[in-house]
Ligand binder design. Structure first.
Ligand code: SF4
Ligand code: SF4
Ligand code: SF4
Length: 323
C-alpha cells in the first residue's frame, strides 16, 4: 500500500461542533483512518504543540482547521500549522467567515470583560479581577493567551488553500473533500469545496413572484410545508447562501440562517440578502430607505447584524463596529 497521508485537525475559536462533524461521517471515518494517519488532533489525541513545532515544514499533508482566530494562541497555532502543512483547509463557518464567534466584532475586549467579569448580575467580583496575561504565583509565572479586540476568519490571518463551509460542514461535503484529497483530484487552490449554487436552488419549497408586506417570525405563521418561507414573510437566507447542505433546515421547516456563507461571486452575504429582501418587499418602485413604510418594515427585523451577518461579520464589507 502507498504511504498513508498525514492529517491534522485543530480547533480555534470554535464550539466543538466541527470536531463532532468529522465523526458524523459515520463508518466513512474508517476510510479516513485507512488512507491517513492523524498526527495532531487536540480533542482526540494527546499530542503537544512542541511535537508540531518539531516537525519538518510541510510534514503534514492536509490540516483541517476549524474555528475563528481571536486569541494570540490561536494565531500562533494557525501560523504554525500553515508552515507545517502542505494543504490548509478552512473547515466550517467560523474558520471560513468568522462564524458566530465573529459576532463579537460588534463590541471589543474591554466591553466583553466588563459584561463577563464585573457588571454582571450573577458575578460577585468586588475587586474587579479580570484575566491577566501574566500572574505570579509561588510556583512561578502563569500565562494566558491575549484575547484580541477583533475576531478574524482564518484566511485573514494565514494563506488558506481550500474552504469547506457550513456550521458545521455537512457530512456529504466532508466525505467528498476527503475523497478528492485521497484521489489527488482537488480543485484549484482557493476553491470552496461546496456546490456553486444557492440554498434556494436546493430547496423543495414552491416559489412564486409574491411580494410581502410584513416580516414575521416562524412561530407567527401557520405551518404551510410546501411554500417558500420568504414569501410568507419569514427571513430565510437561502437566496444569499451557498448550498451543499441540501437545504436541510428547510426540511425541518426552519428558515436558512446562512451558515453556508455567501453565494459564489458575492462579497457580502448580508448585503445580498438585504437586496433580495428589498426586491420582494411590497413597496412600489425603488426601495426608499427614508420612506417611513420601508423603515417600519425593516424595524420588524429584530437583530440586523445577527440576522444578516450571523456567520460572516468579520469577513463582510463591514468587518466590525468602529468603537
Ligand atoms: S462552524 Fe458551527 S459547528 Fe463549527 S465550530 Fe463554528 S459554530 Fe461550531
Ligand atoms: S427563500 Fe428559503 S424557503 Fe424560499 S426557496 Fe429559498 S431556501 Fe427555500
Ligand atoms: S439551510 Fe442554511 S442554515 Fe441550514 S444547513 Fe443549509 S446553509 Fe446552513
Amino acid at each position: 500500500m502507498a504511504d498513508k497521508l498525514k492529517f491534522a485537525f485543530y480547533w480555534a475559536a470554535s464550539c466543538g461542533g466541527c470536531e463532532i462533524a468529522v465523526l458524523d461521517i459515520n463508518e466513512k471515518i474508517l476510510d479516513v483512518v485507512e488512507i491517513a494517519d492523524i498526527l495532531f488532533w487536540p480533542v482526540a489525541i494527546d499530542v503537544k504543540y512542541k511535537d508540531v513545532e518539531a516537525m519538518e515544514d510541510e510534514h503534514i499533508d492536509v490540516c483541517f482547521f476549524n474555528g475563528a482566530v481571536r486569541t494570540s494562541e490561536q494565531e500562533h497555532i494557525a501560523r504554525l500549522l500553515r508552515k507545517k502543512s502542505k494543504v490548509l483547509v478552512s473547515f466550517g463557518a467560523c474558520a471560513v467567515n468568522g462564524g458566530i464567534p465573529g459576532l463579537a466584532n460588534v463590541t471589543n475586549r474591554e466591553e466583553i470583560y466588563t459584561d463577563s467579569y464585573t457588571e454582571n448580575p450573577t458575578t460577585d467580583n468586588p475587586d474587579g479581577t479580570v484575566p491577566l496575561l501574566k500572574t505570579d504565583v509561588p510556583e512561578g509565572e502563569l500565562t494566558l493567551p491575549e484575547i484580541y479586540d477583533t475576531v478574524h476568519a482564518l484566511h485573514q490571518v494565514v494563506d488558506v488553500d481550500y474552504f469547506l463551509p457550513g456550521c458545521p460542514p455537512p457530512p456529504e461535503l466532508i466525505v467528498k473533500a476527503v475523497e478528492a484529497i485521497a484521489s489527488g483530484e482537488l480543485p484549484p487552490k482557493g476553491a470552496v469545496l461546496a456546490p456553486a449554487k444557492s440554498v434556494c436552488d436546493e430547496c423543495r419549497y414552491e416559489k412564486s413572484e409574491k411580494r410581502i408586506n410584513s416580516i414575521k417570525r416562524i412561530y407567527e405563521v401557520e405551518k404551510v410545508e410546501d411554500k417558500c418561507l420568504l414569501e410568507q414573510g419569514i427571513i430565510c437566507m437561502g437566496p444569499a447562501t451557498r448550498g451543499g447542505c441540501d437545504a436541510r433546515c428547510l426540511d425541518a421547516w426552519m428558515p436558512c440562517t446562512g451558515c453556508g456563507g455567501p453565494t459564489p461571486n458575492s462579497k457580502d452575504q448580508g448585503a445580498k440578502m438585504i437586496s433580495a429582501l428589498s426586491s420582494i418587499l411590497g413597496i412600489d418602485g425603488e426601495v426608499d430607505m427614508e420612506d417611513p413604510e420601508t423603515e417600519e418594515m425593516l424595524d420588524q427585523v429584530r437583530d440586523i447584524i445577527g440576522t444578516f451577518y450571523k456567520y460572516t461579520l468579520p469577513d463582510s464589507l463591514l468587518k466590525r463596529k468602529v468603537m
